[in-house]
Design a protein. Structure first.
Length: 393
């Protein structure tokens, strides 16, 4: 059924204050999410931290099935972290890559991930191989498959890049990885909550994501998925008394699930809030969300293409809710700051965000407007009118 946009906006108090087109940075929270965090913190204030954790155990534990249900996983395959980057790093560094091992990635890889590759290349001697783009912009799956060698130890893919509005063909890459017997790590930071995700259909061994973006959860939250058949074979790079049990003076036993990547101290209020956000996203409907986001993003690209001095920069056969553009003669950061002064939220991405792709395309920055289902056509028109004024000085 069509989404009830009025009802969704009524549950999003921020819609009354700003035109929020920065959902790829941090989305506006539904009131239900904010209330979950607030009520937990209020109880901590009166009851105490440990005591509240005991009393609210079910709210905390609901995180696992709520997130699992959103991505087609099982609850024991999920772990809670404080960010998508931390989740991704824990998976990557726990793979114990060594000299000569090859990591196969893409031109649009996010800087935090690529920095980790460079770190291990310099420290341990791994090889970084960047698969080329297809002519339409997404990763060339056939070319990626041809680059696999006996030394390939990881295929690492961003589902949706940070700096361009395309969707990489994750399921096709998953099929290639499975055929080659190579572990597949999917960075779904910009896709969970934006489009339907099913880890079984994609075929990824690992997935990492954040809460604050299209999931509309609290900041300082993230999660990982580890396929059950991979859990016993991956030893976390760090441990504490939560991720493992100290069973005797010289022995320990890892948790038999995704929680082996967690640590004991967690922001439990935010964790309870992310559980609510995951349930909310499931209730709204991933397919309905995706249809609405694509409709709005397509409309926005069309409007921006009609503005003199403005160039949209998105590529890809399958485009998403991230809409990137440049304004002739103006730094993208300046455009974004000017829009924010008018209470229109966007962001900008620079060469440093995804250096290989940005340099290959000759771009030093782009303005990034990212839509969500609660946005309206009137808000898009407001953005475009403001950009037109900025472009003409």
């Amino acid at each position: 059924m069509p989404l009830d946009i009025s009802a969704l906006r009524a549950e999003t108090p921020g819609c009354d204050y700003v035109t929020h087109l920065n959902n790829a940075g941090a989305s506006l929270q539904p009131i239900q999410v904010a209330d979950a965090v607030k009520s937990y913190l209020e109880e901590e204030l009166l009851r105490g931290g440990y005591e509240t954790a005991d009393a609210r155990r079910q709210d905390i534990e609901d995180f696992y099935p709520a997130v699992a249900g959103l991505i087609g996983a099982d609850a024991d395959e999920i772990g809670f972290l404080d960010s998508a980057t931390r989740a991704w790093q824990l998976i990557f560094y726990s793979l114990e890559l060594a000299a000569g091992d090859q990591v196969l990635t893409t031109t649009t890889e996010y800087h935090s991930n690529f920095l980790a590759y460079l770190h291990l290349a310099q420290r341990s001697g791994i090889d970084i191989v960047v698969a080329p783009d297809a002519p339409t912009g997404e990763v060339d799956v056939a070319a990626l498959a041809d680059l696999i060698t006996p030394h390939t130890r990881l295929i690492s893919l961003n589902h949706v890049p940070t700096n361009v509005g395309l969707v990489n063909p994750a399921a096709q890459v998953g099929a290639v990885a499975a055929h080659a017997g190579v572990p597949f790590l999917l960075d779904a930071c910009q896709s969970v909550g934006q489009l339907p995700i099913n880890v079984r259909e994609i075929g990824c061994d690992f997935l990492t994501a954040t809460g604050r973006k299209f999931m509309r959860g609290p900041r300082g939250t993230g999660f990982l998925y580890v396929a059950r058949e991979r859990i016993e074979s991956i030893h976390p790079v760090v441990l504490d008394g939560h991720s493992a049990a100290w069973t005797s003076r010289h022995e320990y036993e890892l948790r038999p699930n995704g929680r082996r990547f967690e640590v004991w101290e967690q922001n439990l209020a935010a964790k309870a809030g992310l559980a609510v956000a995951a349930r909310y996203a499931t209730r709204v409907g991933p397919a309905e969300t995706w249809d609405r986001i694509r409709e709005l993003a397509t409309a926005l690209r069309g409007m921006l293409n009609g503005v003199s001095g403005v160039t949209t920069r998105d590529r890809g056969t399958n485009q998403c809710g991230i809409v990137t553009f440049t304004v002739q003669g103006l730094p993208s950061s300046e455009v974004s700051r000017t829009l924010r002064a008018r209470r229109i939220n966007t962001s900008s991405a620079t060469t440093a965000s995804a250096r290989v792709d940005m340099e290959d395309r000759g771009l030093d920055s782009v303005v990034r407007a990212s839509v969500h289902y609660f946005n309206t056509t009137n808000e898009l028109e407001k953005l475009v009118a403001a950009v037109a004024e900025i472009a003409t000085g």
